[in-house]
Design a protein around this ligand. Structure first.
Ligand SMILES: NC(=[NH2+])NCCC[C@H](N)C(=O)O
Ligand SMILES: [Mn+2]
Ligand SMILES: [Mn+2]
Length: 320
């Protein structure tokens, strides 16, 4: 049984908040990887009408702001890591914004930008909800360490940073606390995992459901198993970090590191709905939409509208 949920007059309860207040945090940031354009993701998602869509789901938008990120004048590589200062300073800012949003009683909805931003969102959420768990929906595990990263792109490393696996911790990231424990993390949608990452997943016995598991068990069972692993008694707050490349490129082609054989739109929607159903969702990231990489108007629109659909599902749409 998936953890119980409260439905009152057909409206989902978000039990860690008194009312349905959401603060949208646009993060036009691209420093965690090499392809420009991902910084325009938030603008496209908002122009698609996300605010109105959330309002029609009875959410009050308490704030909607875009952060600004300015690259430092000098930012030499730290070992293999590229743009360590830019990523560190930017994600530090995101962490404090997310923490402030939660303190003010709103649900932080963070729109990226590349997935290195999750260093900030996870740090912010776990500073306020120390017993939270993290559901990471992605083609990639993003758990490379500074030693294992094949690319040096920090968007492939955020999970290792928030778990404190980077040893030694790069000096730029000393502010990041190891708030995430291995038994509080579950992945769904994996299909492009580096060999170093595979070792880390095994060593720490992290709940990782790949596309193979989705095919084998079906998405309903996979979500149930994932929640059972990270939230066995159903009481923990949940942060959802969603990389749009978890979707099959058929549905979300405009992204920097697409991988074939991904989640159908319905499977991804189902994950979001099931998490909403728990009533325990406290925060969500939607990352890695890169409109510049769409080959035509249609591929951009399908990517952005998929992102908006997933947000709406997590914010209670289909159960209303
Ligand atoms: N957030 C993402 N799209 N990450 C892709 C990571 C790709 C690869 N594993 C790397 O470390 O570079
Ligand atoms: Mn990815
Ligand atoms: Mn990712």
């Amino acid at each position: 049984m998936i953890s119980p949920y409260d439905v009152e007059d057909g409206v989902l309860t978000y039990r860690f908040y008194g009312r349905k207040n959401v603060a949208i945090l646009g993060c036009p940031f691209n420093g965690g990887q090499a392809r420009s354009g991902v910084e325009t993701g938030p603008l496209h998602v908002l122009e698609h009408g996300l605010e109105e869509q959330l309002q029609s789901l009875d959410w009050t938008i308490t704030s909607c702001k875009n952060l600004t990120f300015t690259p430092p004048a000098s930012d030499p590589d730290e070992g293999k890591l590229k743009r360590p200062r830019f990523v560190s300073e930017s994600t530090h800012k995101v962490a404090s914004e997310v923490a402030d949003i939660i303190k003010s009683g709103s649900f932080p909805l963070t729109i990226g930008g590349d997935h290195s931003l999750a260093i900030g969102t996870v740090s912010g959420v776990f500073s306020q909800f120390p017993d939270a768990c993290l559901i990471w929906i992605d083609a990639h595990a993003d758990i490379n360490t500074p030693a294992s990263t094949p690319s040096g792109n920090i968007h492939g490393c955020p999970v290792s940073f928030v778990m404190g696996l980077a040893d030694p911790c790069p000096p730029q990231f000393e502010w990041v606390k190891p708030l995430l424990k291995a038994n509080k993390l579950a992945y769904i949608g994996l299909r492009d995992v580096d060999s170093g990452e595979r070792e880390i997943l095994k060593k720490h016995n992290i709940a990782a459901y790949s596309m193979h598991h989705v095919d084998k068990f079906g998405i309903g069972k996979v979500v149930e198993m994932a929640l059972e692993r990270v939230n066995p008694d159903g009481s923990a707050p949940i942060h959802l970090s969603l990389d749009i490349d978890a979707l099959d490129p058929q549905h979300a082609p405009a992204t920097g590191t697409p991988v074939r054989g991904g989640l159908s739109l319905r499977e991804a929607c189902y994950i979001c709905e099931a998490l909403a159903e728990t009533g325990n969702l406290v925060s969500m990231d939607i990352m890695e939409c890169n409109p510049v990489l769409g080959i035509d108007e249609r591929s951009v629109t399908s990517t952005i509208s998929a992102a908006c659909s997933l947000v709406r599902c997590a914010m209670g749409e289909t159960l209303l």
